[in-house]
Design a protein around this ligand. Structure first.
Ligand code: NAD
Length: 407
């Protein structure tokens, strides 16, 4: 019997995270990359029968008409973060993926993202028309490549937030709004989610954009037997918060204030320089402290675009806390990470775990993936260690029926 193939469809396919994940996938397929940074390669997940890297076929939607391999090469030339020789060894595969990339939608993405879009990107479609076009792209990909399933991962630019009071709670109510452009508040990230979930495909939202967060879209996923999770990958400063805040709580140390200044200079940073887009990111980064500590310390988070830093993000955090006899003390840390290289392996892990969830017949949200996200859908546990235990428990709960029988 032929090996089953699984599609990975990246929204924002030529961005920093996507192009790095695709270089990583090609390198892993060729045995050119190690296991560092990959959660799914940890010993506790080895017996799960996760799909092999070679089982995945990649493609995606984009709004910029640039060349994937050139964007990937910027991680070597501009950021000095990946060996250019490695990218050159993957260039042919990256070009193949690039030929499968289709034009996305910029429905309600706000002016800053609109300005990135090539003139070829359709405008004026109703939400329903956009969804049908996106679905045609996904179906054609699945058919042409002979895929068993497609996992759509949103790694596109962060959209401005949507007023939650405008969102209908059930799928039939939301469905009716798709024909009424003026009444439909959904941004592009949610149209991609609907397109995927309605076809029975999986959807993962790595960004703070609305995506599949609305109850009505979860309703759709359950009705169609598909699965989804988000939102906003937990890769750097917030990852540290979710590790350190439980320590302060467990020692009875009262956090009085937590200040975090972030500076970086990639395209994501440029988009987040727009206060409307930045609002979605700041809300996502600020949510977890009060949930972990049980009270809200004074917090201040800044996110500043400094072009010369490229993909190298520096976060400086100042934590002011009170110890025994009321004595104030301070923890400071500096985190310097290469944003796309922190995110890319998590995208690949999420795809593998999501595929296993599909094989296990799981439907709706995937709470066991909470440790990957700053704002995990439907999960109020933000302590990283406990979230990771949720993943381990899920992994131990059932053996995968290995879908890739070889013949
Ligand atoms: P990026 O700006 O390099 O890439 C985003 C890509 O999305 C661009 O190529 C852009 O053209 C494309 N795009 C924008 N709107 C689109 C649309 N409607 N349809 C299709 N394509 C669209 O950003 P990045 O650094 O790759 O980050 C991607 C996303 O992941 C951002 O939302 C970011 O906030 C989020 N994220 C990143 C990290 C990290 O890098 N460590 C962590 C958590 C979340």
């Amino acid at each position: 019997m032929a090996k089953l193939k699984i599609g990975v469809w990246l929204i924002g396919a030529r961005g920093g995270v996507a192009s790095t994940a695709l270089v990583g996938l090609c390198a892993l397929k060729k045995g050119l990359a190690g296991e560092a940074g990959l959660v799914s390669q940890l010993p506790e997940f080895r017996q799960l029968g996760l799909a092999d890297w070679g089982d995945f076929v990649a493609a995606g939607h984009e709004i910029r008409c640039v060349r994937l391999v050139d964007e990937a090469m910027r991680m070597a030339t501009d950021n000095r973060a990946i060996d250019p020789g490695l990218i050159a060894q993957c260039a042919e595969e990256l070009d193949q993926i690039d030929r499968r990339v289709r034009l996305g939608t910029i429905h309600r993405v706000g002016p800053t993202i609109e300005r990135l879009a090539a003139p070829e990107v359709p405008v004026g479609e109703s939400p329903r028309e956009a969804i049908r076009r996106l679905q045609a792209d996904l179906s054609q990909f699945a058919r042409h490549e002979g895929l068993e399933h497609v996992i759509v991962v949103n790694v596109a630019s962060t959209e401005p937030p949507v007023d939650p009071t405008l969102l209908p709670r059930t799928w039939p109510e939301l469905d009716r709004k798709l024909d009424l452009p003026d009444e439909c508040p959904l941004p592009a990230s949610s149209l991609y989610a609907i397109a995927a979930l309605d076809l029975g495909f999986s959807y993962v939202n790595f960004t703070p954009s609305l995506g599949s967060a609305p109850e009505a879209i979860d309703d759709l996923a359950r009705q169609r037997g598909s699965r989804h999770m988000g939102c906003d990958g937990k890769t750097g400063e917030t990852l540290l918060k979710s590790v350190l805040a439980p320590m302060f709580r467990a020692r009875g140390l009262g956090v009085m204030s937590w200040v975090g200044h972030n500076i970086f200079g990639n395209l994501d940073g440029k988009v987040l320089d727009d206060p409307a887009n930045k609002k979605a990111k700041l809300a996502s980064k600020d949510r977890l402290l009060a949930e972990i500590l049980g009270y809200k310390p004074q917090t201040l988070i800044s996110l500043e675009y400094v072009e010369s830093l490229g993909d190298w993000k520096t976060a400086w955090d100042h934590v002011h806390f009170r110890g025994f006899l009321g004595t104030p003390m301070t923890l400071q840390f500096i985190w310097q990470g290469c944003d796309s290289l922190l995110a890319a392996p998590l995208v690949l892990d999420l795809v593998r775990f999501t595929e296993l969830a599909r094989q296990r017949g799981e439907v709706g949200r995937m709470p066991f993936l909470a440790s990957f996200f700053k704002s995990p859908y439907g999960v109020s546990e933000h302590d990283f260690t406990r979230q990771f235990q949720m993943l381990e428990a899920w992994a131990g709960a059932g053996r995968a029926p290995h879908s890739t029988a070889e013949g």
